[in-house]
Design a protein around this ligand. Structure first.
Ligand SMILES: [Zn+2]
Length: 255
């Protein structure tokens, strides 16, 4: 038996329909849908942070899972609580769900058997949680659809990764913090403005803080839009964080 050659391209957008058909025939029946956001990330990071992160994760995850293709990222997400900051564009939950549903239905048509959604923007996790049963029902039972929704494990992995790379785990707050800033130092280093680093909200958010954030926006708990602190960020920490979350997604989707 001759070994099956892998396709030289796994990004759907860069493949021809023939390439995709050939990959499906070779057993590339899993497809990733990386999701992001266009939202403020403090004064020092660009709005594309979460989409960039999702794309970087997709690359590693596809490699780890094997026989996996990557759909183009969904570049807008649910960011209503960031709208007080200029530039943020937010989808309503139902719009985001409609986009995810249409992507899954299209991909299912072509014969993909497994569709995996994940997001560089933690704010999309609640939307995934509520849409997942409906998605599965609409797309059909013979297609395995899954989404990563565990924000606590995500943040825990960031804390351990930051600490393991010599950083301060208390600077991890989940938004424009040492983890995300360090990630951007790896993914799009020229976009990180170190001269704009500021400390954001430090420590865990109380229940009151969280209620206020969802109701009145993130500005009610952090004036500069940062949860945690970017101070102490480095490419070493970023590489470790990227690996840590790629591993977390791999373990979850393999289980
Ligand atoms: Zn982010």
């Amino acid at each position: 038996m001759t070994a099956v050659e892998p396709p030289d391209q796994i990004h759907l957008a860069l493949m021809s329909f023939k390439d995709v058909g050939a990959a499906l025939e070779k057993g590339y029946s899993t497809v990733l849908i990386p999701c992001g956001a266009l939202e403020q990330h403090g004064p020092h990071l660009p709005l594309c942070m979460d989409t960039d992160h999702a794309e970087a994760l997709a690359q590693k995850l596809a490699h780890n899972l094997g026989k996996t293709l990557i759909a183009p990222p969904i570049q807008l997400g649910c960011s209503a609580h960031h709208l007080a900051f200029p530039g943020t564009i937010s989808l309503r939950m139902e719009t985001f769900e409609a986009i995810c549903t249409d992507c899954c239905m299209s991909l299912a048509t072509h014969g993909f058997k497994r569709i995996l959604l994940f997001s560089g923007h933690i704010g999309n996790f609640p939307a995934f949680k509520t849409m997942l049963p409906r998605l599965r029902q609409v797309v059909g039972r013979d297609i395995d659809i899954d989404a990563f929704t565990d924000s606590i494990r995500w943040i825990d992995r960031w804390r351990s990764a930051v600490e393991a790379a010599g950083g301060d785990p208390n600077a991890v707050g989940g938004h424009a913090d040492v983890a995300e800033t360090s990630l951007m130092m790896v993914i799009r280093p020229e976009s990180v403005r170190a001269d704009q680093f500021e400390v954001g909200h430090l420590g865990a958010l109380s229940n009151e803080d969280l209620q206020s954030m969802w109701k009145n926006g993130i500005k009610s708990v952090t004036k500069n839009g940062i949860l945690g602190s970017p101070i102490g960020s480095s490419a070493q920490i970023g590489a470790r964080c990227l690996e840590a979350i790629a591993d977390l997604l791999t373990e979850t989707f393999r289980a």
